[in-house]
Ligand binder design. Structure first.
Ligand code: BES
Ligand code: MN
Ligand code: ZN
Length: 520
């Protein structure tokens, strides 16, 4: 009797904690305990093996000197002539049955444009084409150290995969190494390890965060993932504001967006100081971990894409990670404005008025224009608390920018020609192209509210991307050089690009990394 009572008490003690966990979010069951499949390790060497899979990067129809032995060169030259292969950028010729090689791929880099970028791209494309190649892979083509490091970067970005949720018929992908050949192999490897590998890590972090479903990544878990990525990287300080702290600061605009969700909002601030105590470059990203539209609910078709509505925040964290891990001589502060836009019982309604941290008020006419609402408070916070030398925003802000620019360009809005030129140059250098869009003063007149300082949408539409940018700019101190990048469209690749397999693109990590290094 006594015994069985004891056993029952024990059993219920074992069960109780799970039921008592009143704060469990969602089902509480993680969809996967696995990580992604392993990718190929990247090595460098001065001489190439004479077997396996060989990728030769070609400028034109002429084989680079000394990449293969004479009989192989002869066979390749015959193939080049008969296929009329010209080495044009993006072209390739795949050959089998030459020498001891399992396969030789001639990959065009071309003679025009930026050679380093084209090498990065050709290598990224090779990584995708050779995804299932079981043999060890070699990449060659008369590469100097900078070009070899760029090839490594391209390969790392091209071989990215997001497969942690696949459990059926999951084949272990080949993980034979890829070796990049350069007469300057030592310095190429040093460059890769000290700089480019950090950039590849930043891109992967951004892609992972955006690709993860919203039952896995929400404000609190975004913070955890980013913290884990930084580990204890030197000269990095991470601050996270929770809801009571944000309420105290008067962030009614950011808090209003998250109030319909069970998942509490966060403001994550990651500061990296690699250049003493000068004013930092601030980068603030939209981090809506899911955008249902809220009370102004979106239609169902394609709504799933809104799991990536935190791409701006993700790429900013990726860029800060790259700069910090590569010990760049820059000061930056990255901010993620994190909230989930849900139509809950406590969700805000069209017509609600909120007060921002700046004191300015907003009449919310559409709860689906939520990105600008979180940006307003996040920008105010970083300007008042971090006194930045310049401020760059990155946000999947409007569908209108997708209609205007598709995924070829991000929209750039700025009141500062010098900063706009620097952002444009960084985009051109990295292949993350931007197109400058106007901020006409009439846009602000159109956004005047009848009962508050500004309304968050103009009913009936108008220049949607420009109106969104104007709204965000309304809250930014006119003395701070400010640029806003609307990345709706470029943040997700509907088809694979050279260094971007289909899916979350990690767009902006490279641009911001370059901008921070070049901005004075
Ligand atoms: N996250 C969306 C914008 C978006 C749309 C990103 C498509 C990526 C692909 C944003 O929050 C939004 O809903 N914007 C509205 C604004 C409108 C209500 C003024 C839009 O673009 O329709
Ligand atoms: Mn929205
Ligand atoms: Zn949104």
């Amino acid at each position: 009797m006594h015994r069985s009572f004891f056993a029952l008490a024990l059993a219920s003690a074992a069960i109780t904690p799970a039921f008592a966990q009143a704060d469990v979010i969602g089902s509480g069951i993680s969809p996967s305990a696995a990580t992604h499949s392993q990718t190929r390790p990247i090595n460098f060497a001065a001489t190439a093996p004479t077997s396996g899979a060989l990728v030769i990067l070609m400028r034109n129809a002429t084989l680079p000197a000394n990449v293969v032995d004479a009989p192989t060169a002869q066979a390749l030259n015959a193939a080049i002539a008969s296929a009329k292969f010209e080495g044009k950028e993006g072209s390739s010729l795949s050959l089998r049955g030459i020498g001891n090689y399992a396969r030789i791929v001639l990959s065009g880099v071309g003679e025009e444009g930026d050679r380093v970028t084209h090498i990065r791209n050709a290598s990224g494309k090779a990584a995708q084409d050779l995804r299932d190649e079981g043999q060890a892979i070699t990449i060659t083509g008369g590469l100097n150290s900078e070009e070899a490091a760029a090839a490594a970067l391209g390969y790392a970005m091209g071989q990215y995969r997001f497969d942690r949720y696949k459990t059926v018929d999951r084949k272990t992908p080949p993980t034979n190494p890829v070796t990049i050949i350069s007469s300057e192999a030592g310095s190429a490897e040093a460059l890769w390890k000290s700089r480019h590998s950090a950039l590849a890590e930043g891109v992967s972090l951004s892609r992972d965060l955006a690709a993860e479903p919203a039952n896995v990544i929400y404000p609190e878990t975004f913070v955890e993932r980013v913290r884990a990525a930084f580990g204890n990287t030197a000269n990095v300080k991470i601050e996270v504001l929770d809801e009571p702290m944000m309420r105290k600061l008067g962030m009614g605009s950011l808090m209003g967006v998250g109030q319909g969700s069970r998942r509490p909002s966060r403001l994550m601030i990651v500061e990296y100081r690699g250049a003493g105590d000068g004013a930092p470059l601030a980068m603030v990203g939209k981090g809506i971990t899911f955008d249902t539209g809220g009370t102004s609910l979106k239609p169902g078709a394609g709504m799933w894409e809104m799991k990536a509505d935190m791409s701006g925040a993700a790429s900013i964290m990726g860029a800060v990670l790259s700069l910090a891990k590569s010990k760049a001589s820059v000061n930056v502060v990255g901010v993620a404005a994190l909230a989930e836009n849900m139509p809950g019982g406590n969700a805000q309604r069209p017509g609600d008025v909120v007060r921002t941290m700046s004191g300015k008020t907003i009449e919310i006419l559409n709860t689906d224009a939520e990105g600008r609402l979180v940006m307003a408070d996040a920008n105010e916070y970083v300007i008042t608390h971090k006194k930045p030398a310049a401020l760059v925003n990155m946000a999947t802000l409007t569908g209108a920018i997708v209609s205007a620019l598709n995924d070829e360009y991000a929209g750039l809005f700025s009141r500062d020609d010098k900063l706009a030129a620097a952002v444009t140059a960084a985009g051109t250098a990295t292949g993350e192209d931007v197109w400058r869009m106007p901020l006409h003063k009439n846009y602000l007149d159109d956004m005047k509210s009848d009962i508050a300082d500004i309304k968050n949408v103009v009913e009936g539409g108008g220049p949607g991307a420009g109106l969104g940018a104007t709204f965000v700019g309304f809250f930014v101190d006119k003395n701070v050089p400010w640029a806003h990048l609307d990345i709706a469209g470029v943040n997700w690749a509907d088809r694979s690009g050279p260094v971007t397999p289909k899916g979350a693109s990690g767009w902006g990590v490279q641009l911001l990394d370059t901008l921070a290094r070049n901005w004075k």
